[in-house]
Design a protein around this ligand. Structure first.
Ligand code: FAD
Length: 306
């Protein structure tokens, strides 16, 4: 089945979401190629093991409509029938444009897929991860949005060669201001250890305890939507259904109840440690190690003893 994987350039290289879909496509033996959207000059997105086309946009123009037109031409010319993108802002926009262009439905929040007798069969997560359903796509063109961290990334050497570049020009929208959030320390999506805080840290001033622990462990810091909504932490650090999905080796939940909307973003972590003063807290149901204690007294002690 001819397949197109839509990727993005993130920090100068091919996005992890695309690398995850590539791994799954290789496992299934699909005949695939990649189209990568970005604005950087010569990013590291090329590999000898797959064909990649770089759709280079102008930094000051929001040209996803024009990117979608270029993708449509590729899909038509090469009779591609399966089109997949990671479920990011760009992926969602492009799949939406294309599914309208081809009058086909898109299947969102896909956590696994297979090819059976020429059909694409998907597993999808719904109700904040509480339920799953399977679907068979019967349309000619099949559009899938894949939930990040559903598969392990393919291990490939990426370089700034081995790809063709197409310049995308559009004057539909002009960007006149760009704000880039400053990032420091380990990043949520890549870190082997994540320390996350919830309302059980009691007050935003106590987040310094979380920072001290994270710093000792060289861990990234996350949080629940409750504390993001309360303004304790920026949205970029929110873990869960409407935030980021993480899959670290160790996830430490401090004062987090473990609502399903939070669990959906962290339950696939390899080892989960939870500290909560309520022994009935749902987070303990998915924890490998549960500590019933007051975060404010135990977290400094753990940090001190590391
Ligand atoms: P709470 O549920 O209030 O839990 C606080 C916990 O701290 C309690 O278990 C309590 O026992 C414990 N505690 C209190 N004091 C202490 C102490 N001193 N020591 C130890 N433990 C203590 N949430 C997310 O996190 N991410 C999402 O992406 C997300 N998306 C959502 C999408 C939708 C559509 C909806 C409806 C909700 C979403 N939520 C999300 C919100 C989610 O339902 C919960 O409200 C939220 O996760 C709760 O955050 P919390 O655990 O910090 O707070």
């Amino acid at each position: 089945m001819k397949t197109l994987i839509i990727g993005e350039v993130v920090e100068g290289k091919l996005s992890s979401g695309a690398l995850e879909i590539i791994a799954k496509s290789q496992e299934l033996g699909l005949d695939f190629e990649v189209a990568t959207v970005g604005t950087e000059e010569s990013p590291n997105i090329g590999s000898e093991s797959f064909k990649n086309t770089y759709l280079k946009c102008n930094e000051t123009q929001l040209s996803l409509g024009s990117v979608a037109n270029t993708l449509k031409t590729m899909i038509d010319e090469q009779s591609i029938s399966l089109i997949m993108a990671p479920s990011t802002y760009v992926g969602r926009d492009l799949i939406a444009f294309l599914s309208v262009d081809f009058s086909s439905s898109q299947v969102s929040n896909v956590i696994n897929f297979s090819i059976e007798e020429g059909n694409v069969i998907t597993s999808n997560s719904i109700n904040g991860g509480e339920s799953e359903y399977n679907s068979k796509i019967t349309s000619d063109k099949k559009f899938l949005l894949i939930r990040p961290k559903s598969f392990e990334e393919v291990q490939v050497e990426l370089s700034n060669t081995n790809y063709e570049t197409i310049e995308i020009n559009s004057e539909d929208l002009e960007v006149f201001d760009i704000f880039i959030e400053e990032k420091s320390g380990p990043q949520l999506e890549d870190s082997k250890i994540v320390v996350s805080a919830g309302r059980g840290m009691v007050d935003s001033s106590n987040l310094s305890l979380v920072e001290d622990l994270a710093s000792k462990l060289n861990a990234a810091i996350g949080g629940t939507r409750a504390i993001v909504d309360a303004g304790w932490m920026p949205y970029s650090q929110q873990v869960g259904q409407t935030g980021k999905t993480v899959k670290p080796d160790v996830y430490i939940a401090l004062g987090i109840s473990g609502a399903t909307q939070h669990q959906v973003g962290m339950k696939d972590s390899k080892y989960i440690i939870a500290i909560n003063k309520d022994e009935e807290a749902p987070i303990f149901q998915i924890s490998d190690l549960g500590i019933v204690a007051d975060t404010l007294s135990i977290v400094p002690k753990i940090t001190e003893n590391l």
